[in-house]
Every structure is written in structure tokens, then in C-alpha cells.
Design a protein around this ligand. Structure first.
Ligand SMILES: [Zn+2]
Length: 226
């Protein structure tokens, strides 16, 4: 090695006298810096040339999201039904209301849920980082787009806030959000990419982004801090 790569990109120690790793931003770090940031990051970096995560939608997350949406819709229509018919039917309005709403909800769910499930599956993406480039792959593993790691910001958040992967039903869960400015006309709109949805990989992403000095946004995340 020559030039800059003889020094750790974090602590500037001489890599000639210590063990080191090349991380996915293309820079070289001494193992002590990597391990101090996160033991999980060190273990992952020692065995992976690419930081890669497939952001999937589990059946459990889908059922939870679907149940939440349908419960809200059912409650709305049940209260509407009871409100309209209570004066005429009394408590029977509640009984009929539950029956009517349950049947209608079952019909709508039978039509919509398979569609949402399919939409969710084909919206799954793989996020990869190698040599300072973030690559977003589609369900079929084709490259959808690439971004420079140096131009990103990041913050902790919920995958519900993500622009991508985005499915019909909002899937919840802790995530790391990679934020990237996309220009639409004269506006700069932040694209939010969910990764670190897997508990083990979340720590790897956080450790890597911290060590690589990718700028972290405040948790409110509303502003694009330069
Ligand atoms: Zn170091």
C-alpha cells in the first residue's frame, strides 16, 4: 500500500504495524477503530466485501399492518352504522352493524389483501454499499439506481417513513433511513431509503455510517442540514 492508505482513515494510526480492514466506503481502517465503533460491525466487515441487506416484508409484519388498517376502517363504518340506525333499532343496531361490517370487510380484504401482498413483495429491494457507492436493487435483482455515499445523510427512524421500499400497506419497524436529495424541478425532495430493518444489520449500518463520517440528521429529520 502507498500514500493515504498507510494510515487509518479514522485515527490516522500507521497501518503497517496493526491489523486493518477496507470498509465499504473504499477507505481503510485499523481493526481497533472498527471494533471500538461496534463489535458487530467488525465481525460483519471481516466476512463481507459488500454491505448488503435485502429489505423484505415478512408475513407477520404484513398481517400486523393489514389488521391495523382494517380495524380502523371497520370501526369507522361500525360507528357510522350505529349512529344512523341507533334511534330506530336501539342496541340491535350494534349487532347488525358488526355483522354487516364484518361481511363487507371480509369481501374487501379478500379482494385487496392479495394485491397488497403482491405489491409488497415486488417492492422489496436490496441495498448494497461498495467502494463508496450505494446500489439499490429491485426484487428481480436489477440495479434500480445508484447514489454516492458521500452525498447521503442518515438518521434512525421507522421504515414507515421510507420512500423506498414503499408498499401499499405501511410496514412498521425500527430502521436506518438513508436520506438523499432528489431534484424535482426547482425543489430538493429528500428520498428516504430504509435499511437496517434487521436488528443485527441495523447496528452494522449505524456503526459503518458513523465511522465513515456520513452526516447524521437530527431525529426530527425534517431539514436537510448541510
Ligand atoms: Zn484507526
Amino acid at each position: 500500500m502507498a500514500g493515504k492508505e498507510t494510515l487509518c482513515a479514522s485515527c490516522s494510526s500507521d497501518l503497517g504495524s496493526t491489523e486493518y480492514l477496507r470498509l465499504w466506503d473504499g477507505k481503510t481502517y485499523c481493526k481497533e477503530c472498527v471494533g471500538r465503533t461496534s463489535a458487530r460491525l467488525l465481525a460483519y466487515a471481516e466476512s463481507h466485501d459488500v454491505l448488503s441487506e435485502r429489505v423484505t416484508m415478512t408475513a407477520r409484519a404484513f398481517v400486523v399492518a393489514a389488521a391495523r388498517v382494517f380495524a380502523l376502517i371497520c370501526l369507522f363504518f361500525l360507528s357510522l352504522f350505529v349512529h344512523v340506525f341507533y334511534a330506530e333499532m336501539g342496541w340491535l343496531a350494534v349487532v347488525y352493524g358488526v355483522a354487516v361490517v364484518a361481511v363487507l370487510c371480509a369481501i374487501v380484504a379478500a379482494i385487496q389483501l392479495p394485491m397488497y401482498w403482491r405489491l409488497g413483495r415486488i417492492s422489496e429491494a436490496t441495498i448494497e454499499v461498495k467502494d463508496g457507492i450505494v446500489i439499490v436493487r429491485t426484487y428481480a435483482n436489477n440495479i434500480r439506481f445508484t447514489m454516492n455515499l458521500a452525498e447521503l445523510r442518515w438518521r434512525c427512524g421507522n421504515r414507515r417513513e421510507a420512500t423506498l421500499p414503499r408498499v401499499g400497506l405501511a410496514i412498521s419497524g425500527a430502521a436506518v433511513l438513508l436520506v438523499y436529495p432528489v431534484r424535482i424541478a426547482c425543489f430538493r425532495v429528500p428520498l428516504r431509503l430504509a435499511c437496517g430493518v434487521n436488528d443485527d444489520l441495523r447496528e452494522v449500518w449505524q456503526g459503518f455510517l458513523t465511522l465513515a463520517r456520513v452526516r447524521q440528521l437530527g431525529n426530527a429529520g425534517a431539514t436537510w442540514a448541510n
